[in-house]
Each structure stands twice: as C-alpha cells, then as structure tokens.
Design a binder for this molecule. Sequence first.
Ligand code: ADP
Ligand code: MG
Length: 692
Amino acid sequence: MTVALDTDIKRLSGVGSAVGARLQKLGITTVGSLLYHFPRAYEFRGNIKTVASAEDGETASFVLTVTAPPTYAKTRSGLMIFKVPAGDGTGVCTVTFFNQAYIKNTLIAGVSYRFYGKVSRHGKHVELHSPVYEPYSETLLPLYPVYPATEGFSSVRINKLVSAIIDRADTVIPENLPAEVIEAERLMSRTEAIRTIHHPSSLEAIADAKRRLAFEELFGFALNARRQRKTEDGLPRAPFHKCDCSAFKNAVGFEFTNAQKRVMNEIYADLTSEDGRAPMRRMVSGDVGSGKTVCAQFAAYVAAENGYQTALMAPTEILARQHYEDCKKLFSALGKTVCLLVSDIPAKKKNEVFECLASGECDLVIGTHALITDKVNFKNLGLVVCDEQHRFGVGQREALLKKGEGSHMLVMSATPIPRTLALVLFGDLDVSVIDEMPPGRRTVRTAYRDEESRDKIYDFIKAQVKEGRQAYIVCPGIEETEDDGLIPLEALSADFSPDSYNKQVKKRKAAVNYAETLSTEVFPDLRVGYLHGKMKGVQKSAVMKAFERGELDILVSTTVIEVGINVPNASVMLVEDADCFGLSQLHQLRGRVGRGKYASYCILMANDPGQNAVSRLKIMERENNGYKIAEFDLKQRGPGDFIRDNGEKIRQHGALKLRMAGALDDAQLLYRAFEWAEKYTSEDGNAARIFN
Ligand code: ADP
Ligand code: MG
C-alpha cells in the first residue's frame, strides 16, 4: 500500500478531532508529519543485564523467567500491589505492579520475558517496579522508540499510530530522492529509512537510516535555497553607481586589514554591479572584534553617496545604541545624517525620526525591530543591514526590505564557520569572511588541565577575584538528571557503546548542582550565581545584570552565555567537561573573556578524556583564529555541530527543519547533497560543480 503523506491525520482510525488537536500541538497534522515525527531517543532494551549486577536506581533490561504466579496484597491506600517472582540464574528478583490485575494472565510461570524498568536494590533484595515486558525471543528489537509527546498523548500512543502504518509489510512510502542519487550515494530507500528510524533492528541500521534522512533533509534544503535564489534573480535592484570612497577611507581612524579590504571589495562589486543581477544578499561572517562594523558602514556610505538610505537593525537596544554612537562620529564627519530608533525614546523624538526618514534627510537609521513598525517609511531605502543576524527571523528581514524597492541586504554574523560550509548552509546568501583580526589584539591565554590541577585552578580563580576580576564557569548540563536509560537519537552511531556513553554522560557537571557545591564548599566567601537556558527570561536577565554590575564574582552557566553577555571585567573562564564541546563552541565561549583591559585566561578541564580529546583540546591552547578552529572541527567531528549551533539561522533560510542533519558527522555527505541539488536546479541539468 502506498502511503499518501498528505492525508489528514484525522482520517486515521482512532484519531478523532480531540486526538487530532493534541497531535497538532506536536506539529503532526498529516500522515507525512507523523512519519517524520522521529523518536527523540530510544530505550536501549537490548542491553541485557543480570540480576547479580543490577544497580540500585538504574534503568535496565533483564531477561527473567517467571518462577511462580503473582501474589497480591492491598496497600493501606487501597492500591492492589502485584508481586511476580522471577530470576535469571544469577539471582532472584521481584517484579511489582500496581493495580494491574491483568498481569495474572500475561505473566505466566515458566515463561521468559524481557523486562525493562527501574531497579531498586537493598542488599540482595532486587525489585523491578512496573517495568514494560515482552515475551522473550532472540528477535526482539533492541531499541524502543521514545517520541516527543504532549499532555494527553503519550509516546506509546504515538508509537501505536506510527506502527499501524509502517508495520504493514506492503507499506511503501513514495521515494523523494532521484534513483541515481540513491544509487550513487548508496542510500537506504525512503521506506526502509522511515521504518528503521522508528523501529530500528540494530545500531548499524539506525546509523544508515540517519544518514539517508540527513541526506534527504539537506538535499531538500539545498533545492529550496537554490530555487529561492533563482526567483530573486528577476527582482529589481536599487541602482548604485561607482563612487569615490576616499573620503570614507580617510575618515576611518585606522588602516583596514586585508580581510576587511577583500570584504569591502566584494560588497562594492555587489552594490555597483549593473548587469541586472539580483540585489545584494550577502553575509559577512567574522569573529567578535574582527571589524565587521566598518564594512557595514562602508556599504551605508556607498548607499548615501548614491542618494539612498540605509537601515541598520541590531538585536538589542544596547547594541543599537553602540552602533549609533559609532556611526554618528564617523558619518557626521562625512556630512551624513544618522538617527536612532529604539522603542524607549520619547514619542516626540520618535516622530521627528519618522519625519526625517520620510523626507530623506536621514541617511542612516540605526535601531531595533522598532524599525519594522508600520510608522516607519523611507523616502528611498536602498540598503538593509542586520547585525548578529541569527536573532532575526527571515520575516523581520523581509519586512524591513519591503520598505524600499530593490533594497540590498547585508547580514553580519559573529559565528566563525568555514566558508565552504557557510556557502551550503546559507545557500541564499553570498558569503564574505573576515578571517583576520585587527592588529594588537590581546589573546585569551588558554590551557587544558586535568583533574589533578583542580585545586590550583580554584585558587587561581580566587586570586583573580581578589584582584577585583570576575569569572565564568561553564558546564555542559543544567541539572544532574536521573539515569532514565534513554539514548538520544543524536548520540547513536554504528560504533555506539551504551556503557561508555553512560559513563561519559553521568560524570558531566551540571550548572545548578555544581553552583551549589561551589558556593558552599569551594568559594564560600564569594558571590556565586548561575544561569541556564531553562530559566525564565526575567530571571536570566536579572542574573546577567547582577554579573554585569559586579554583584556576582562567579557565574556558573551552561552555554547560554555564548551570546549577549559583555562583561569587560571578567578575566577567567573555566570550562568543565570541555571534551563535551565542539572546538568552535569553545572558541565562542572563550570570546566572553578578554573584552577588557585585563590579561585573560581560559582553562579547559576534562575528566579522564581520551587521547584524541586531549589533542583536540590542545589545539585551543595554540590556535586563536576562529576559522582555523572551525575548519579543524569540521574535519574531526563533521558538520553536525555547526548545523545545530546555527539551527535558528539556517531555519530562516529554508522551510525545512534540519533535524537529522544536526547529527551528521560526515562533511562530505553534506557537500554531495548540495552538489546534487545544484545539478537538479541548473537549467540544463548538467552538474554545475561548486565544490571540488
Ligand atoms: P565586530 O566584528 O565584532 O563587529 P567591530 O567592528 O565592532 O567588531 O570592531 C571591533 C573594534 O575594532 C572596534 O573598536 C573597531 O573600531 C576596531 N577596528 C576595526 N577594524 C580595525 C582595524 N582594521 N584596525 C584597528 N582597529 C579596528
Ligand atoms: Mg559587531
């Protein structure tokens, strides 16, 4: 039976309007979106433990033979408790259930079952509480899917719906990749991949399914981006002519770096191109402090010389004000008018700005999303600049672009990402890279240290605080989680080992718990705060402000501090379990210190990492160029980290959600997906190769 993916989910048997509404909350509206609602994790039921080795509190699988019929008793609160005696030869175990009278008929003495559940152990006495169970056979699947679920619709029920479709032997899901691509890339068919991702038969199979589904995502994503680009080719463009830029060059107080010159040349060529090409759509990517602003200012200057206005949109009011001060200095020397538009300026002042924009008197306006409100009208907007582009949705950008006709666009991104990768991930933008820092930058001294140095490092932090500095301590997790036995989809690969995974995850430091330990045991005299992504917005900003004002000495945090914090007084960063992070991410994190006039340090700690991890971390000691680090990361770990870290940004460019691709460890696969997409969008059908 061929599955019609666009079938309304409510037409499935068992799905009425109430269930339909719950599913919609999960983004499931059609059969297709149900099948693409992938498990977030798997219960690893195939990892069978023995009763003798069962540990208190763990969640695990056991193959047990029921030794006698269940006994039952009533608890004081009126619950029926059923106890089933069972064993596996290494020990005996009591399996308990509450109020489930039917187990008398489903758990038969003398039969073996695979149980999966939570262990409680007191000495020799082992119990399993309300485990799931299935009659044991060699062919039981080792991995059981766990879905993102919602209140009123559990993972188990999602699994039932999915199973009803994919468990039919004759189910066929229409293929959406060209046959030659499947063959050349040795990919699973779509049907097999969907089946496998929901009901994997082995770790190898799941790795293959992920590969196929990641390829499919990337291919679709690339096709979209290519097509979008093609439709823009017909757009009108604000015509900019070549102009004399020497006044601009002289007004800027420094020599441009070679990278800046190159990028400005690229921008200039885009802006003044007269051959009927689409308006400029360019991303300038450069490390924090690499000098992107002057490139944007240059573009605004070219626009103004052509009689066009520029709007620069910054994600926060603070950033907008900073840009405004900067630009006002430069542009008033050049005889241009600069305005600021943020939400909390007085209404009267705002109206003046509106008038200034409508009359054309203002050459450059800098603001937050206050810029996209209806009241803002331009005389002739010719250029839109978005700083820190990932904070804006594509809708916001488009809204601003629409205020002009054929406006050019420049987006500035502070995430160093290899050019090759940026080209494919931001397929609808051209990419310029500033991979060089202005001279005289202080670097953050970085060192890898192991557990033996812990006390010394704590002392070092104390000494820095004593001198008036502040410190960041970064942890990979938020709270120590109970071992739920789940293996996230992302972590699974063909060579996955549950034991080493558990070991690795369990030892990780968690911000909340660690902050507690630090403030009571390690730094009792210091002011320690914590910050993580699950905190409410107001809570978060209260903590950030306290740290900014110097009311906290130490900020324990997850990676949320990557963006948005600027505390020049912070001089040390300690990263715990540094081996859990990608190098690019470490580099981004480290950019939070060394922003003031103080010598700054970044210490990367790892608890018993492998030799590979150590040599990876040591790269951070000697390399400061974000692009070189990113290249290395890409080679070693593949593009998954970048795709995940840039998820928001990428999602804005294509309608697709890159889910599988975030787990991708093979850069070549990514490039090939894009090559194929290129081939299928080029008019003549011939491969126009963009990569060699
Ligand atoms: P970012 O890329 O993070 O936006 P900015 O454009 O804000 O960086 O530049 C950071 C600082 O470096 C600014 O104070 C800027 O004036 C200065 N700067 C930029 N380019 C140069 C250069 N070529 N030489 C010296 N200083 C520069
Ligand atoms: Mg900047």
